[in-house]
Design a protein around this ligand. Sequence first.
Ligand code: ZN
Length: 323
Amino acid sequence: MNITGILSALISMSLSTAFCQAAPIKALIIDGQNNHAIWPKSTIMMRQYLEETGMFTVDIERSDFTWKGQAEAEYLPLANAGDSKDLPKPKTDPNFKPDFSKYDVVINNFGFNAAPWPVETQKALETYMKNGGGFVSIHAADNCFGDWEEYNKMIGLGGWGGRNSKSGPYVYYNKLGEIVRDNSPGKCGAHGPREPFLITQRNFEHPIVKGLPATWMHAHDECYSHLRGPAENLTILATAADTPELQAAGRNEPMLMTINYYDGRTFHSTLGHDTRAFECVGFIETFLRGTEWAATGKVSRTELPHDFPTPTKTSSRPFKLKK
Ligand code: ZN
């Protein structure tokens, strides 16, 4: 190659790099049926967090939410109400058919009481993921669709929603720091009282958690435990233990995980019960990194935010709606 050829190749490389850097990541948040009253607000919070980075464009696809008998705007003042126990059961929305293939990553904000999606929509998500899609599951999204076998493989571990010992083993860290896959019978899904709790990093090389403190205090949240599932191709990034009994036993439950599902990537965060959890800087940072990783397999955020929680102190950013 002569000098002109080299120059032309270099220009073409830098143009393509510039183009890649500029191209936004296309994210889709799906929601509409969730027993956690925060759900419409949490969708808006996640959209704003993603858009503020300048790296993402975000669409929202919402299934029928009239099961609660309220308009969307009326949900917002309820957003700290936590679980709502006496809700009518939502019905399957036959018109819920997002075109997942248009997106680099799909973020699931459905919850425990969600009705099954139309079979066509379930198959569409499976195909999207098998072809290399990205998926993010947050708190309560790992409670829904307990009977959907492929969904359980995508999220690795889940709780409630009819799951039981047939769903797969418990997976946790013991006090020796070993990963235990425990097939003993028992309930699937539990949490202690809502409170701040300590997150322990278990993987210091994965880009989602690289450079974060070895331990950090998460804001008030429910610390899920006793999740079960196929847990295939599962990497645990961080764990926690919420009750004194679990802490005494040294049992630490997965809080942040990645799952490889065929060519697809899932980031699974069990965090996010209500506003306080969504405002935690630790939640926000790991959510942003995890969503980028699910979309692209890489993480460009490598700086530790100056206000990241410490091993002894929680840190939150009070949410203000920008539009
Ligand atoms: Zn919850």
